[in-house]
Ligand binder design. Sequence first.
Ligand SMILES: Nc1ncnc2c1ncn2[C@@H]1O[C@H](COP(=O)(O)OP(=O)(O)OP(=O)(O)O)[C@@H](O)[C@H]1O
Ligand SMILES: [Mg+2]
Length: 232
Amino acid sequence: MSILAVDNLSSGYAGAVVLREVSLALAPGEILAVLGKNGMGKSTLLKAVMGFLPKMTGSVAISGNEATRLPPHRVARLGVGYVAQEKALFQDMSVEENLRLAVRRPDFEAALAEVEASFPFLLQRLKQRAGTLSGGEQKMLLMARSLATGAKLLLVDEITEGLQPSVIDRLAGVIRSARDRHGTTMLLVEQHLPFALAVADRWAVLDRGEIAETGASTEPDSRARVLKHLSV
Ligand SMILES: Nc1ncnc2c1ncn2[C@@H]1O[C@H](COP(=O)(O)OP(=O)(O)OP(=O)(O)O)[C@@H](O)[C@H]1O
Ligand SMILES: [Mg+2]
């Protein structure tokens, strides 16, 4: 059974259709990267799946549960974590408080172990106000936090935005290792092509709200096929 099944999904804003009849399925533990130029509907796809936007046509199922009309908190309860593109931390709370809010209490020690496995510097910063972390450090906290929640399915919107190359390399390893240890299924929206192909099993390109092309990351011509859609 698919962890995520999106079938014929259309969505958008106040009557303006952005996403057009998108279908995709994610098997357990699979990582799919969604690529595409600015404004093509990548974030809209994640927001529609998460229940922040109304679905105009189509359906969404999560681990076999019908989720088309569920609000975000109910989608989250099905084991779905969402890392938004825009800042999603409580800026005035500490690193630790941000983690505690995302992770249920009895799991907190396990969550800290997960943070240590991904970005250990955060353990030295537990008392620091999240808003005073650098932009890149905040991205690392976001990723560590979402992995620490133990979500079965993660929807991650451009986690590499603004990160230096060495951190992007580290993040690729962190994500692959978390998937291998926990079997986490992930839908990653990305602009960073080498990262996307290194991390994901499959890729899909969104062009004006439609899936224009898909492939497996290991296919030797993947890079060229994606780049064709990304060049202006
Ligand atoms: N709240 C909104 N109200 C109206 N239109 C919106 C809203 N948010 C996004 N859009 C429009 O929907 C289209 C797709 O936007 P979306 O944010 O999904 O693009 P994206 O592929 O994530 O782009 P980027 O790579 O720049 O993040 C754009 O034309 C955008 O202007
Ligand atoms: Mg976006």
